[in-house]
Ligand binder design. Structure first.
Ligand SMILES: [Zn+2]
Length: 316
């Protein structure tokens, strides 16, 4: 297994947390064997973490796709989580894989794809370690591998590009609309663009680096006519935020979670992030719908890069 320095750091943190918690289930909380060699990931290959609980397909595009809630593996060595959400985001792993294929078909190049193959009853990879693994060492190892893979992908993207985009793929059943999360709170969207463009909102967003790089206003990137939301809307998907639906309202909206915070640019770096929450019927429910949506979303992301990153992913 290949790991990186952040992984080792996370393992040390995990050990520390275990000691503090005074846990007494040695089989689940011993450190798993790890390899300290530096990672040499090759685009087009597939790498797996311990017991294939996690998977990394390195790429050569400045796009990183994460799928934390679409896994189905339920190994006996990891007890079920006892608190927090345990419902799987159905078919999001399948959709993420087709989305990666669609990007390849359009650009001739590969996005980075990171998959958590564990069911959410065993690990929630979009939470901090404490809630994610709930004291189990094997689940904690998988969490460290998953986020270590994303960090490796970010390092690669940062090495070759002036910016990149991390896309965290989710499914929701609250209402039939796509929700794009950039870490803005629902009430922020009620503000006019002139106020939303202020430093305070740019600085709290997972798009901070992109907003600072791009000549476009922040609000234009978030909900203007060439925003991810507005382009998806033109294909008939109800989506917020976009130019037609600029405000999600206050009855519940997914603003972006742990991975969007950790892997976007709010707290530094050049990789920006979006969490996409997909409703099921018409998008995730059938192979045909997953393929249709993935094809459209791929084209949307390619156009978004050309517009705001100044990068033509097709002619790179
Ligand atoms: Zn989710």
């Amino acid at each position: 297994m290949i790991i990186n320095k952040k992984y080792v750091f996370n393992r040390l943190m995990l050990l520390l947390l275990s000691l503090i918690a005074g846990c007494n289930e040695p089989s689940g909380e011993q450190l798993d064997n790890i390899d300290n060699s530096d990672p040499e990931y090759i685009a087009g290959e597939t790498y797996y973490g311990r017991n294939s609980y996690t998977e990394y397909q390195p790429g050569n595009l400045p796009i990183i796709i994460g799928t934390p809630h679409g896994g189905s593996e339920k190994p006996e060595e990891i007890p079920d989580r006892t608190w927090g959400t345990t419902v799987k985001d159905a078919y999001t792993q399948e959709l993420a894989r087709i989305f990666a294929d669609s990007l390849k078909a359009i650009t001739g190049k590969l996005p980075h794809l990171i998959v958590c193959r564990l069911h959410r009853t065993k690990l929630d990879a979009n939470r901090d370690l404490d809630e994610a693994a709930q004291g189990n060492g094997h689940a904690g190892s998988a969490w460290s591998e998953y986020h270590g893979y994303i960090e490796s992908a970010k390092d690669t993207v940062s090495k070759y590009f002036h910016g990149g985009l991390y896309i965290d793929i989710h499914g929701q059943s609250r209402r039939p609309r796509i929700e794009l999360g950039y870490l803005l709170d629902d009430e922020n969207y009620a503000l006019p663009d002139s106020i939303l463009n202020g430093e305070v909102y740019v600085n709290k967003s997972s798009l901070k680096a992109l907003a600072e790089f791009s000549a476009a206003d922040f609000a234009t990137i978030v909900r203007g006519e060439n925003s991810l939301g507005s382009m998806l809307f033109t294909y008939g998907y109800p989506v917020v935020p976009c130019i037609e639906i600029p405000d999600p309202g206050t009855e519940g909206y997914f603003r972006g979670g742990y991975s969007t915070i950790s892997h976007g640019s709010r707290d530094g770096g050049t990789i920006s992030a979006v969490q996409i929450e997909l409703y099921k019927e018409g998008i995730r429910d059938t192979a045909e719908n997953r393929a249709r949506f993935s094809g459209i979303y791929s084209r949307t992301v390619v156009l978004f890069f050309k517009e705001y990153y100044g990068l033509d992913l097709i002619t790179l």
